[in-house]
Design a protein. Sequence first.
Length: 169
Amino acid sequence: MRLIGIANELLAMARELEMTSHDDGASSGASGSHTAPAASQDHPVWVELARQTYEDRRRRNKIFQSDELFGEPAWDILLDLFIAAKERRRVSVTSACIGSAVPSTTALRWISILERQGFLSREADPGDARRVYVRLSPKGYEAMLEYFSASSRSVVLLDEGASDIAKRR
């Protein structure tokens, strides 16, 4: 039921964005095509969608009783860091490893890969030289916004398709 509520919120926001983009397009002489919202347009519901995505992944592992079938530690790390960024909290490397639901060595390897590709950055804790924090880089944050923006558009398209099917019946 919670996912349905989130989906409904996403639908309302996407419709509002679509109306706004049509209004902007009409005033600037742009065509009336469906344009994607800029990744810089951030929405509070996206953190809820990220949480739900992360929880769904944990639930799937629990139901299938396997952490190995659906392993995607890089995505889990990105979700965790996106949620943390939205909540304005810091994530230690240790916490990111735990959140990835894989052994620490595997998680550390993925953290290094994500860092090399520019999606996250590390920063030392000035108060404790033993602790290092990780966070999404601007590139990583924008990529996550783009992902959830595209996901919300997919929900709208699914809803429109369901409406069309219902009208035909």
